[in-house]
Design a protein around this ligand. Structure first.
Ligand code: ZN
Length: 216
């Protein structure tokens, strides 16, 4: 089996063709090509030939380690000039607008439900702050905008952390058992935020939550 075929099966990067594999100081460098030729603006999603190619740029993403070796994905992207958004690098299916692949970020988000940030940062060899930013991106990506639609019966609960010094109030859909909203605090003002759409959006912003709140 050729090395490129082996890496294609191993990495399973959607929409990517493996062009080359090399070993460098950073680890395994896998050069890929974007199979999609259609031009798509990464910001607004519009497509078409009117998105002119402004330039090209090589971008890298950290992928899940291969054994004990780091794996870096490298791809040359087109910089497209969108009439609404200006010049942007085209979007790729294997990564959000970030320096890590989706698979890598999904593993970080799953681990964040099991353990604190510090061991995740050590295990995956990333910065402590990076863990928080990745979790915020994954939550924003998976948050179901329709979760409040058709809500009839709710349950309200509070969870204490930091030895009872801080609280998190959560609202649960009684029918499905799913948490549909949560916010730091446990008083009437906390719950009023649930009834107020603008404040509800603020409370749900993962970037505003501390590390204990995200874990809970
Ligand atoms: Zn655009």
């Amino acid at each position: 089996m050729r090395a490129c075929t082996a890496f294609k099966r191993l990495l399973r990067l959607p929409g990517a063709s493996i062009l080359d594999v090399a070993f460098g100081a950073e680890g395994v460098i896998v050069t890929v090509g974007l199979r999609r030729r259609r031009r798509i603006c990464a910001a607004c999603g519009q497509t078409g030939g009117h998105l002119q190619i402004h330039d090209r740029r090589v971008k890298r993403w950290r992928h899940l380690d291969l054994g004990a070796t780091r794996c870096v994905i490298e791809c040359e992207l087109r910089l497209l000039r969108c009439p609404h958004c200006g010049v942007r690098a085209e979007a790729v299916p294997w990564a959000r607008r970030a320096h890590h692949t989706r698979d890598f970020e999904d593993v970080v988000a799953w681990l964040a439900q099991q353990m604190a940030k510090t061991p995740i940062a050590g295990l995956l060899r990333i910065g402590w702050d990076t863990v928080g930013r990745i979790v915020a991106r994954v939550v924003a990506d998976h948050l179901d905008e329709r979760r409040l639609a058709g809500l009839v019966a709710i349950g309200i609960d509070e969870i204490s952390y930091r030895r009872g010094h801080r609280y998190l109030t959560s609202v649960v859909d009684h029918k499905t058992g799913a948490i549909v909203w949560c916010s730091p605090g446990r008083n009437a003002a906390t719950l009023q935020a649930f009834a107020h759409p603008a404040r509800r959006a603020q409370a749900l912003d993962p970037g505003r939550l501390g590390r204990h709140e995200r874990r809970l």
